[in-house]
Design a protein around this ligand. Structure first.
Ligand code: PEP
Ligand code: MG
Length: 883
């Protein structure tokens, strides 16, 4: 097997295309070599070997050893040197390099091959003893830390003591003799810690370093990083061994890092820093303050340290030329590492640079304008999930932060407002045009109106999937959840934080991106939806096939959805319209009535309210499709709970509180999510569906007349499992339609469809499609019922499942393509067989999740529907799926 790939002197056995085999670093080193750029010669041990090595008891077969030896000879031929030979010294660096860059892994060992003998040779040959001993002490320090596991703190202490004793501040002031003393102390320390001397044999050093890289693939930091970034362990890491070049050979040598464009703003300007007479790790370690690369950046930063442009004009010019060449070649912003050895430039790394969401947009749009990439490629360059950062106000990074507590970053964006402790207070504030932050121990469905009215939500209990977190994300409201160090006292209306007591009306700010809770107002940056963002969205819209709708029921959400580019409403959850103070009483009367006649009387009160709700939605959506779902949740969710509420409803219904309590108890269910909900309500109480259908039809006619655009309402029946359920409810809807048309003397087109959110519905989709004119996949319930796990409670053990590798992602966040997805695929196919023009969409949370959207494109759905703030994300993800 070929396990070792060489590069150097203008040619390479691999290329950038071999990223999986050679890792990112190795593949790009090979590519740069083939481009004729100055790269120190070297070789890469493949990721395939890493995998083999772990599968075979961590063995190093002779075959590998032979290939490594041969490759070392190859480096020697190019450099005219020989590894381990004091008379003609070749030193190497050893670096890890996985497919994806992994900051948690072992990184680098430099100056490998030095020992007590070769260091003297190096001093003689370079004519610079200081440089040689400086390199050796660096090597002992790095190798001991990274390969031998001796804490680098020991070495820092020794060096600090030595510097203090000598009365010097900078490493560069230490002389060759003094470094020799440090080296002795370092070696003593290693022997003391390990019980054996620092290894002197260059070959032993080399295999030690190679082994350390492969071991680091399974270290704790690396496995954690892989889990967080969905990187499979089977990818393995590569090892790169390369001839050393030296940035610490005096004042004509240097080392630096650079981005070809500004990674935080995206501006087209070389951006980076360098250090004279230093090796790579000095820049990162922050021991000396690095200098700017360009004069322009130096002036802007007001630095008095000269720029590279000034002190090394020739090397600088060479570097600029290489940076340009690499950006043109890779057609993306590059992150570069380089070394200048006695005036000569060497490239050590190039890769696509990490950037902020804002910079990503600017770079993609600029590069398209420069003709470097197509508009479709620009669309592909943006991570849809990163748009979340851009759609909300954020705290000005320059602002001072007076932090009073810390919770989970549950929903992005920052918000400032007066503290309120109840949802009703939040609404009152809103009515007075004041901004409120709703502060609760936790929230429940009864807080929806307060969450809507507040600028942001802060809870002291609950995780990332708590009610507050999920609902806030859906609404696009900033939320910090589970801020456990804060104390909320409802009785006294106080919030205690770090010994300070805050009362209702005191101003706080929450930062849903970081989880911070701050005192007072803080300067914010407003989202920028024009400019680069608008360009990318326009190009995305041109590229996508699927439509993007929003899940929305309030006029505010519907307007927001349209401003974000929604092309209709895919789910209006009518129950959310029932929690309003005025309505809830009528809703409760309706639910708690024993007799149909009483129910109808209560429903009659709700009719005009629902009608005007729907009319407003239709008007805002101006002819775009609107899907309205009939009442779905189990009725007891609406029931009065406190004695006060029970009394109020009992009075309204003219019955005793006790009678009401009995009725409430009768409605109790052990398993409400599998209970009397969805279309089952419409079967038991068709008058509810009839009222809603009437409100929809009357509103559609009214809005059609007022806007001049015919409205074709889409009525959606939830939780259907049997064709006959749908038949029954549809017959009621059709009757109402006929009646309303006759009363109003107009014709109205409408669609009746169903949600597919039960496995039985998916299995019988071809039959259900006989009655359903559209399907909308309710993947929240479909996930719940397919897995048989509760969407409200599962997060507690799903996290354990994730940690133990049983599931990769929470199936309520990212669609389980193999299981739930298979049901979706099958139902879509069966539905189309029975009704070729059936409209297919998705309205579960997954409709706003990029990887789930890719799947929806594959299955050929007509649209995805998601919460308003996710609409831009969905537009971009749908485009990427179609390209
Ligand atoms: C669903 O189940 O996926 C759905 C959209 O409905 P709800 O979340 O309201 O149950
Ligand atoms: Mg559902």
């Amino acid at each position: 097997t070929k396990w070792v790939y060489s590069f150097g002197d203008g040619s390479a056995e691999g290329s950038a295309a071999d990223r999986n085999l050679l890792g990112g670093k190795g593949a790009n080193l090979a590519e740069m070599c083939s481009l004729g750029l100055p790269v120190p010669p070297g070789f890469t041990i493949t990721t395939e070997f890493c995998t083999w090595h772990y599968a075979n008891g961590r063995a190093y077969p002779d075959e590998l050893k032979q290939q490594v030896t041969a490759a070392l000879v190859g480096i020697g031929e190019i450099t005219g040197r020989s590894f381990g030979d004091p008379s003609n010294l070749l030193l190497v660096s050893v670096r890890s390099g996985a497919r994806a860059s992994m900051p948690g892994m072992m990184d680098t060992v430099l100056n490998l091959g030095l020992n007590d003998e070769t260091v003297d040779a190096m001093a003689r040959e370079s004519g610079d003893a200081r440089f040689a001993y400086d390199s050796y002490r660096r090597f002992i320090q790095m190798y001991s830390d990274v390969v031998l596991g001796v804490d680098h703190g020991y070495f820092e202490e020794i060096l600090e003591d030595e510097k203090a004793g000598l009365g010097v501040e900078l490493d560069t002031e230490i002389t060759a003799d003094q470094w020799q003393q440090v080296i002795q102390l370092y070696k003593d320390k290693v022997e003391e810690e390990l019980g054996q001397p620092f290894p002197q044999d260059p070959n032993e050093q080399l295999w030690g370093a190679i082994g350390a890289v492969f071991s680091s693939w399974m270290n704790h930091r690396a496995t954690t990083y892989r889990r967080l970034h969905d990187i499979p362990a089977s990818w393995g890491t590569a090892v790169n061994v390369q001839a050393m070049v030296f940035g610490n050979m005096g004042d004509t040598s240097a080392t630096g890092v650079a981005f070809t464009r500004n990674p935080s703003t995206g501006e087209k300007q070389l951006y980076g820093e360098f250090l004279v007479n230093a090796q790579g790790e000095d820049v990162v370690a922050g021991i000396r303050t690095p200098q700017n690369l360009t004069e322009a950046a130096r002036i802007e930063a007001g630095s008095d340290k000269p720029s590279m442009e000034k002190v090394m004009p020739e090397a600088y010019a060479a570097f600029v030329a290489v940076a340009d060449r690499l950006e043109q070649h890779y057609r993306d912003m590059q992150d570069l590492e380089f070394t200048i050895e006695r005036g000569k430039l060497w490239m050590l790394q190039t890769r696509s640079g990490k950037r902020t969401a804002k910079a990503a947009l600017k770079i993609a749009v600029d590069m398209a304008a420069e003709g470097l990439i197509s508009t479709e490629e620009a669309v592909l360059r943006i991570d849809p999930a990163s748009l979340d950062q851009l759609l909300h106000p954020t705290i000005d990074p320059k602002a001072e932060r007076n932090i009073i507590g810390m919770g989970l970053p549950a929903s992005p964006g920052a918000a400032t407002g007066e503290i309120v402790f109840s949802s009703d207070e939040a609404e009152e504030m809103r009515a007075q045009n004041r901004k409120a932050i709703l502060v609760r121990i936790e929230t429940s469905p009864e807080d929806i109106h307060g969450m809507h009215a507040a600028e942001g939500i802060l809870t002291t209990r609950g995780g990332m999937t708590s009610h507050a977190a999920v609902v806030a994300r859906g609404m696009g409201k900033p939320c910090v959840s589970g801020a456990g160090t804060l104390r909320v006292d409802y009785r006294n209306a106080t919030l205690t934080a770090m010994g300070q007591v805050f009362r209702k009306g005191d101003i706080i700010t929450i930062d849903g991106a970081s989880g911070q809770v701050l005192k007072g107002t803080v300067p914010m940056l407003q989202p920028e939806l024009s400019g680069d963002f608008a360009s990318i969205m326009e190009w995305a819209d041109a590229a996508r096939r699927m439509k993007v709708r929003a899940n929305a029921e309030t006029p505010a959400d519907a307007r927001m959805a349209r401003s974000f580019g929604a092309e209709g409403i895919g789910l209006c959850r009518t129950e959310h319209m029932f929690f309003d103070d005025e309505r809830i009483v009528a809703v409760r009367e309706m639910i708690l009535s024993d007799a149909e006649a009483d129910r109808r009387a209560a429903l009659a009160k709700l009719l005009p309210m629902q009608r005007s709700d729907f009319a407003e939605l239709f008007e805002i959506m101006a002819g775009l499709p609107v899907t309205i779902r009939l009442l779905d949740p189990p009725l007891h969710e609406f029931l009065p709970k406190s004695d006060e509420e029970i009394d109020e409803v009992a009075r309204g219904m003219n019955i005793s509180a006790d009678k009401l309590r009995q009725r409430t108890e009768a409605l109790h269910e052990f398993n409400p999510m599998l209970g009397h909900r969805g279309c089952r309500l419409a079967v038991s109480y068709p008058e509810i569906a009839e009222m809603q259908a009437r409100a929809i039809f009357e509103a559609a006619i009214d809005a059609g007349q007022s806007t001049g655009k015919p409205i074709v309402p889409e009525i959606m029946v939830p939780l259907v499992g049997l064709l006959k359920e749908l038949d029954y409810v549809k017959a009621r809807i059709d009757e109402v339609a006929q009646a309303v048309m006759a009363e109003r003397g107009v014709q109205l087109d409408y669609l009746v469809g169903t949600m597919i959110e039960l496995p039985r519905a998916a299995i019988r989709a071809h039959v259900i499609a006989e009655a359903a004119e559209f399907f909308s996949f309710g993947t929240n319930d479909l996930t719940q019922t397919t897995f048989g796990i509760s969407r409200d409670d599962a997060s507690s053990f799903l996290e354990t499942y994730r940690q133990k590798g049983i599931i990769e992602k929470d199936p309520f966040i990212s669609l389980d393509i193999d299981g739930v997805g298979e049901l979706v695929r099958m139902a879509a196919e069966k539905g189309r067989t029975a009704r070729p023009d059936i409209k297919l969409g998705i309205c579960g949370e997954h409709g706003g999740d990029p990887s789930s959207i890719t799947f929806c494109e594959e299955v050929g759905l007509d649209y995805v529907s998601c919460s308003p703030f996710r609409v831009p994300i969905a537009r971009l993800a749908a485009a990427q799926a179609a390209i």
